[in-house]
Design a protein around this ligand. Structure first.
Ligand SMILES: *Cc1c(COP(=O)(O)O)cnc(C)c1O
Length: 368
């Protein structure tokens, strides 16, 4: 059968491996599997959210409030914007998709960093757009600037902080770059891990309202999947000027998140203490990974997120390390597919991390 020819260039996104797969293929007990491959919050969901979902389970037969009034109000309050500046998506992934489809066709150009969130390229290629990547692995604004001047772009992606590497640009540098960008270029600031970056270093903090006020061609994306611990509920949001939001709405299917997801997100916003505690513990535990890497002589990227990327240079193959860990019930992300000999490990709970170090010791000894 003939399909839309642009899809010939599109690769399928490979998600972090699920616990079920490790149980099936390697016979590890499901309680013993440690999944640190998708940057989920290891402290589970706020008990307030769990309770709310239990109360509302009986409402499953009702379509959600398609205006998403209550969630938009809560977000509008949090970010000090108008509800007309907000769009809700099935994960911020869906809003990334809206952004690309709102701007691009097969004449378009999309500019991004070489090693960044894989979905930018996938959504881009779905439209037939040309993907331009800056040469360095980590975000480099001089390179962005040079390539933008040379080629222009319809959409620019900035992942702040960046997944899968963990680095984060300073706000001041980002603003300097944005001031060079034409008002007709849509700049997507993906803030999936902004809560972590803001906690660690004020210089990285991007305020959504300030961003879209100073640069009306920008959209800020946030998600409930990471710090807010709702990966399974699929809720994300975009904050932008009204003309952008109105256009994205044209791409939205009705009821694009569920009744329970809406309720979960609203409730999660009421428990900021849970979020801040999770973030504080994240960075305490991250130190243990940094120390571990130092002791073993591995380089790591200074991370502003809930994961750490450890590089193996020519010491080990990251693919082999990830595979050996998997067979022992520890799921991490191998970055070979991104052209980097490194693994990305989500920072787990204290107990999980202790076990990871033990298993990692074993694996490194075996592969020596
Ligand atoms: C996790 C993630 C997202 C979005 O995740 P959703 O679950 O779809 O909200 C977006 N961007 C980056 C960089 C991410 O890591």
């Amino acid at each position: 059968m003939k399909f839309n020819s642009v899809l010939e260039n599109v690769t399928t996104y490979e998600a972090g491996k699920p616990i079920e797969l490790v149980v099936r293929e390697y016979g590890v007990n499901s309680e013993d599997v440690i999944k640190l491959a998708s940057n989920e919050n290891p402290y589970g969901t706020s008990p307030m959210v769990t309770q709310k979902i239990q109360e509302l389970a009986k409402n499953m037969f009702i379509y959600p409030d398609d205006s998403m009034y209550e969630l938009k109000e809560a977000l509008a309050n949090k970010f000090d914007v108008n509800d007309k500046n907000i769009v809700i998506g099935s994960g911020s992934d869906q809003i990334l998709e809206f952004c690309v489809h709102s701007k691009c066709n097969n004449d378009s150009k999309i500019l991004m960093s070489k090693t960044t969130f894989a979905m930018y390229e996938i959504y881009g290629k779905q439209t037939g757009a040309t993907i331009l990547k800056t040469p360095d692995d980590e975000h480099n604004l001089e390179q962005f600037s040079t390539m933008y001047k040379e080629h222009g772009a319809d959409v620019i992606f900035l992942c702040l902080p960046n997944n899968p590497l963990g680095e984060c640009l300073d706000k001041e540098d980002v603003y300097n770059f944005l001031s060079e960008v034409h008002e007709d270029t849509l700049v997507v600031v993906d803030g999936a891990y902004q809560e972590y970056a803001t906690f660690k270093d004020e210089k990285k903090a991007i305020d959504a309202k300030d961003l879209i006020t100073k640069f009306p061609n920008c959209i800020y994306l946030g998600t409930f999947s990471k710090a807010y611990a709702l990966g399974g509920m699929r809720v994300g949001y975009g904050i932008a000027q009204e003309d952008i939001i109105k256009t994205l709405y044209k791409l939205r299917a009705p009821f694009n998140i569920t009744t329970l997801s809406l309720a979960a997100a609203i409730e999660a916003l009421k428990d900021e203490k849970f979020v801040q505690d999770s973030i504080a513990k994240n960075f305490e535990e991250m130190k243990r990974y940094e120390d571990y890497a130092k002791v073993k002589g591995f380089d790591y990227i200074d991370s502003y997120t809930n994961f750490i990327t450890i590089k193996f240079e020519d010491l080990y193959s990251s693919k082999a390390v990830a595979q050996e860990l998997l067979q022992r019930g520890v799921i991490v992300r191998d970055l070979t597919g991104y052209g980097v000999n490194a693994i990305r490990i989500t920072i787990g709970s204290n107990e999980q991390n202790t076990k990871v170090f033990k298993v990692l010791d074993e694996v490194l000894e075996k592969l020596k």
